[in-house]
Design a protein around this ligand. Structure first.
Ligand SMILES: *Cc1c(COP(=O)(O)O)cnc(C)c1O
Length: 365
């Protein structure tokens, strides 16, 4: 008997596995440090805007997310006409793949790149080509080596998740210059708000001055609105136009849109979160290194911790040990990092418990 068959590529996709849901020993408070969520929640002003919007759930949203595009435009100095909003940046990434990739095309991502990229690539029948990284960092030369006449798109998270590393803007420009002009370069800036490096740029200038580069961003991280699903893209007019033709006509809900406007305007809340992250990122890196574990230097709101291969000391052992204490980190087997765990920077209380946990696990003083 015949039955419906999905398009080529779809059954090759390994389903996305989110950070696991916490189960700790009885009596332990649980800290979810596995999904790069902010420990502070959203701005109280965003919650107020969301609650206010609940009074009018019978109305369809304004379909172009105009008020949100204008608020983003003010915050970043961008033309709102060149912004498109989506149900999380995941939706935008999928729209990009849908618009620009087809059967037999190739899209390049890196060894430890964000898992949504290969999913979006394969969902459209295209081939996910993996460029090796150097020191857990994207390598422009390795990416350029893999370009063929079939290459249509390059995915780069800058900073990258789950490694926490970044490419300096000069490298991004070198990548753009080395790619054929018909290849779309996608810069995913989900964690840009946590970076404070002189050689880092989010990519606005490059997007504004080329016809083939886009930058995506999200309200799920520093703005603490992951549950509402809001993301956006800044791009050339012709790419924004293409995506507007294929997106759902009401793809961002009114409560999400209005909460996001309030969130982006609360710069004090963002600054508080950034300051906390910078302080604890440095402290956790330094202390965990003292326990004999390698930590990849991060510019984001999480750190990558590497574990030995010896029985009893592995990442899986550490994961089990910490989970019992209510500390839930992210295992990275499907990111080709089975020997590492990713730790999202939490509250002071959570961070101190992680240090105590890793001190005990490693038998350090
Ligand atoms: C968290 C994250 C996003 C955000 O996805 P949303 O769909 O906006 O929640 C995008 N890219 C990367 C690399 C991320 O880690």
């Amino acid at each position: 008997m015949s039955r419906p068959v999905p398009n080529p590529g779809i059954l090759d996709i390994a389903p996305y596995t989110p950070g696991k849901s916490p189960v700790a020993e009885p009596g332990r408070k649980v800290f979810k440090l596995s999904a790069n969520e902010t420990p502070f929640g959203p701005s109280p002003k965003a919650i107020a805007a969301y609650t206010e919007a609940a009074k009018h759930l019978e109305d369809y949203p304004e379909g172009t997310s105009r008020v949100l595009r204008e608020a983003i435009g003010r915050a970043f100095g961008l033309d709102p006409d060149r912004i498109i909003c989506g149900a999380g940046s995941d939706e935008i990434l999928n729209l990009l793949a849908h618009a620009y990739l087809g059967h037999g095309d190739e899209a390049i991502s890196t060894t430890h790149g964000f898992l949504v990229y290969p999913i979006a690539t394969k969902a459209n029948g295209a081939i996910n080509v993996v460029a090796p990284e150097t020191n857990f960092t994207g390598d422009v030369d390795e990416i350029l080596k893999l370009v063929t006449p079939r290459t249509k798109l390059v995915w780069i998270a800058n900073p990258n998740n789950p490694t926490g590393t970044y490419l300096p803007f000069d490298e991004i420009k070198r990548l753009r210059a080395g790619l054929p002009s018909h290849v779309l370069l996608v810069l995913d800036a989900a964690y840009s708000d946590y970076v404070s490096r002189n050689d880092y740029e989010i990519g606005i200038e490059l997007v504004a001055t080329t016809e083939n580069t886009v930058m995506t961003h999200t309200f799920s991280k520093i703005h603490g609105l992951a549950a509402l699903r809001v993301g956006w893209m800044f791009g050339p007019a012709h790419i924004v136009d293409a995506l507007n033709r294929i997106r759902g006509p009401f793809n961002v809900s009114t409560p999400a849109m209005l909460a996001a406007v309030a969130a982006i305007e609360d710069t004090e809340h963002q600054q508080m979160s950034k300051t906390h992250t910078e302080k604890w990122r440095a402290l956790l890196t330094e202390e965990i290194t003292k326990f004999g574990l390698k930590v990849t230097p991060s510019v984001a709101n999480f750190i990558l911790i590497h574990f030995p291969l010896d029985q009893g000391k592995t990442a899986a052992d550490a994961d089990a040990f910490l989970t019992k204490r209510g500390l839930v980190l992210r295992a990275l087997n499907n990111y080709r990092l089975p020997h590492a765990l990713r730790l999202t920077i939490g509250t002071e209380e959570a961070n101190l418990l992680v240090l105590e946990g890793l001190r005990d696990f490693t038998g350090s003083k």
